[in-house]
Design a protein around this ligand. Sequence first.
Ligand SMILES: Nc1ncnc2c1ncn2[C@@H]1O[C@H](COP(=O)(O)OP(=O)(O)OP(=O)(O)O)[C@@H](O)[C@H]1O
Ligand SMILES: [Mg+2]
Length: 247
Amino acid sequence: MYQDGRGAVRGVSLAVGKGEFLALIGTSGAGKTTLLKLINRLVEPTRGTVRVDGADIAATDPVRLRRRIGYVFQGIGLFPHLTVAENIAVTLRLLGWPKPDIVARVSEMLDLVRLPRELAARLPATLSGGQAQRVGVARALAAKPSIMLMDEPFGAVDPLTRDALARDYRNLHDALGLTTVLVTHDVLEAVLLADRIAVMEAGEIVETGATHALLTGAKTEAARALMDMPRRQSERVNRLSAGAAVR
Ligand SMILES: Nc1ncnc2c1ncn2[C@@H]1O[C@H](COP(=O)(O)OP(=O)(O)OP(=O)(O)O)[C@@H](O)[C@H]1O
Ligand SMILES: [Mg+2]
């Protein structure tokens, strides 16, 4: 609940299955980030319950909870004064992993997100946007979570890099058997990556459905407007390619 007394998220009921890849889309300010933060206790609900693996998280120690949940922050959010290796190791240190295990895990994570190991000693400011985003994913995955919450993790990079990052992550999701909730403004990205899509508007989830079902038969105006976007764009591209004048 924020100052104006209205909840940023209201009356939301959402279940995410184990192993599922859910994309959360909706206009700016709809409450997507708030909803993600409710799942790992960065924000506490004024009403209602969040369950992870069947247990009410209000009764779960936040550190233990976050050990099971990787979080990729909107806008990357790397610690600027820590090296890449130290950033990736943040949670492992909190958990008291022995130093040699941390060193080994950092190398393993760099390999996993396809970054050269030489980057380990660098500071975030010396990375490209795409490299920094890969570090954010590596940091979130370091403590072997089973759940990943990702808030616009592939934003602010060129479309080719974004596409490569997104595909790489979907492969990791499958290979590691993760459960993922991905917030994205890019409807096409949501459509291409997710098994299921939830559409948020003004603090509420207005529609949820399998990606294919939402694409072909969204019931609400809000969902239809968003889900029609990729199709409308590709139709315009197709007409352009065929030589027609479209704008
Ligand atoms: N710490 C806060 N204090 C007061 N209001 C907040 C706070 N965080 C978010 N809000 C408000 O709650 C609403 C939902 O914000 P939230 O960040 O969850 O939206 P979002 O869907 O993630 O938006 P975006 O797509 O722009 O990231 C907005 O009206 C926002 O202004
Ligand atoms: Mg947000």
